[in-house]
Design a binder for this molecule. Structure first.
Ligand code: ATP
Ligand code: MG
Length: 180
């Protein structure tokens, strides 16, 4: 399930629409401190459903919208689109190409799109369950996360292992069923 491309528009330091194409093999992103490397991984986590503004280094979600600079005014909207090559059907959908988008406006309204159709956050989360990807998965290890795993409480470490082992999905489904 390789990534094909990431398009960032109005998210954090990316005031201009920017598309990164991923070719086969390893992609490295290099740049000086503060140039936006971490913002790219945060954009990926955000479009996959991240709900915690704090884990995106903000205090509330609209902080992720481009806040303006000396040269240009703030924007009112952030949009991120991630495209997967799903020929191996690692994502549980019939489509060979899966495109997910998330938008957020400064007034707090937001939406998710799955292959151009409006969908719920839950649809996005379900898509990634069992795929090894997703906002809680270990496909993305940010600065400080390794120490966090080692220093976490046994119960929290168990959640991490359950996610990696695929048990987490069934716990989520049980919780949802109990709530409904
Ligand atoms: P390092 O090498 O230090 O880890 P980095 O390349 O990972 O740096 P980031 O942390 O991704 O850099 O980028 C930080 C930059 O993003 C800062 O200059 C900050 O001002 C800018 N930034 C963050 N949020 C916004 C926002 N909402 N609007 C505009 N700029 C933002
Ligand atoms: Mg960084």
């Amino acid at each position: 399930m390789p990534l094909k491309s990431l398009t960032i528009n109005g998210f954090k330091s990316f005031a201009d629409k920017t598309t990164i194409e991923f070719t086969t093999g390893i992609t490295g992103i290099v740049g000086p401190n503060g140039s936006g490397k971490s913002n790219i991984t945060e954009a990926i986590r955000w479009v996959m459903g991240e709900q915690s503004a704090k884990s995106l280094r903000g205090s509330h979600m609209p902080d992720i919208i481009f806040a303006g600079s000396a040269l240009r005014p703030a924007l009112n909207r952030a949009e991120v689109k991630l495209v997967f090559d799903n020929h191996d059907h690692a994502l549980k959908t019939a489509q060979d190409v899966v495109e997910i988008s998330r938008r957020l406006f400064r007034d707090g309204t937001s939406d998710f799109l799955l292959n151009h159709h409006n969908c719920r956050l839950r649809d996005i989360s379900n898509l990634f369950l069992d795929s090894g990807l997703g906002k809680e998965a270990f496909a993305i290890i940010s600065q400080g996360r390794v120490e966090q795993v080692f220093n976490s409480k046994p119960e929290d470490r168990r959640t991490i292992i359950e996610e990696a082992a695929g048990v987490f999905k069934f716990k989520q489904q049980k919780k949802q069923a109990e709530a409904e």
